[in-house]
Design a protein around this ligand. Structure first.
Ligand code: NAD
Ligand code: LMR
Length: 330
């Protein structure tokens, strides 16, 4: 193994997603079975001891690809030389907290982290924001990193994409491996729109195979969009292993490419495609190749889809206005 190790920074490393994520990164699932990695773990001071415990366990796995683990509570150290950054740590919403308070609290995390990425990360840095509200946190970090190409800041909607695949698989009795071209549009929130109109199930149009608009509107879309809340209700904690799995999928696809004839969903800065205001970090159908991505163009958007995409984009626009009002975008 002669390759230079890839530096992967993970924030919130001592949290539950961090615990589900780090072992898979170290075993080669993020970047590939032949790519050595160095882990940089960022935590707040209270989280450092638990992060050290996780690092001890990582050592005890003797992963051949893992070439070092550094732990810090200083973003300038943790992002130094980072090639991939997974921003997982965020301020959760607590009782009595208004949406504006949540955005402001997260601004206090993602603005300095964006600046540290700007000042210290490697030139090829790729950023995935997982911590909620993921799309707007990504926007805040991006705004604080003017020297980094803006398309390197992405937000995670791959968990929603995977949830949609699984629901459609169950409904149609088709393995997920035979479902392609699903799309999540908009925000990683209850307003997101999982779109099956362009999807195929064993090569046939998914909406036609399902043939049940009522199921689509009243079952599929709310089940996918509210799945995060349903998991919290059932587990007493938000999704962790599935979120970590989706983060692995997101970066792996970004770096290694989408399969021919398929696409994935990523929260990315809009270029104005499909009427999504330029600059919003919104989920789109994308293809990836050689570490870059492109929005799938030319899809026909019917009225049913248009209404739902617009509703989610409206929410994103309001979030952007709120953080702009808090001075977090400049
Ligand atoms: N986008 C998605 O699909 C998706 C899915 C699931 C969860 N999430 C979000 O991911 C985030 C993390 O979830 P979790 O279950 O791991 O939470 P958690 O509370 O178990 O862990 C969060 C960790 O982040 C750390 N942290 C807080 N502020 C930090 C900072 N400034 N720098 C570094 N670390 C910091 C905390 O100490 C904690 O260890 C939450 O915001 C959650 O809502 C997103
Ligand atoms: O943490 C949450 O609020 C839910 C999470 O974003 C999820 O989709 O599982």
């Amino acid at each position: 193994m002669t390759r230079t190790p890839v530096n992967v920074t993970v924030t919130g490393a001592a949290g539950q997603i961090g615990y589900a994520l780090l072992f898979r990164i170290a075993s080669g699932h993020l970047l590939g079975a032949d790519v050595p990695v160095k882990l940089r773990l960022l935590e707040i001071p209270q989280g450092l001891k638990a992060a050290e415990g996780t690092a001890m366990e990582l050592d005890d796995c003797a992963f051949p690809l893992l070439q070092g683990i550094d732990i810090s509570d200083d973003p300038n150290v943790a992002f130094d030389g980072a090639n991939v950054a997974l921003l997982v740590g965020a301020r959760p919403r607590t009782k009595g907290m208004e949406r504006g308070d949540l955005l402001e609290a997260n601004g206090g995390i993602f603005k300095p982290q964006g600046k540290a990425i700007n000042d210290h990360a490697a030139d090829d840095i790729k950023v995935l924001v997982v911590g909620n509200p993921a799309n707007t946190n990504a926007l805040i970090a991006q705004a604080a990193a003017p020297d980094v190409p803006r398309e390197r800041f992405t937000a995670m909607t791959r968990l929603d994409h995977n949830r949609a695949l699984s629901q459609l698989s169950k409904k149609t009795g088709t393995p997920v491996s035979e479902i392609q071209k699903l799309t999540i549009w908009g925000n990683h929130s209850a307003t997101q729109y999982p779109d099956i109109f362009h999807a195929t199930v064993a090569g046939k149009n998914a909406a036609e195979v399902v043939g049940d608009q009522k199921w689509l509107a009243e079952d599929f879309i709310p089940t996918v969009a509210k799945r995060g809340a349903a998991i919290i209700e059932a587990r007493g904690a938000s999704s962790a292993a599935s979120a970590a799995n989706a983060a692995i999928d997101h970066v792996h696809t970004w770096v290694n490419g989408t399969a021919a004839g398929d696409w994935t969903s990523m929260g990315i800065p809009s270029d104005g495609s499909y009427g999504v205001p330029e600059g919003l970090i919104s989920s789109f159908p994308v293809t990836t190749k050689d570490g870059t991505y492109e929005i799938v163009q030319g899809l026909e958007i019917n009225d049913f889809s248009r209404e739902r995409i617009d509703a989610s984009v409206k929410e994103l626009t309001e979030e952007r206005e709120a953080v702009r009002g808090l001075g977090l975008l400049g």
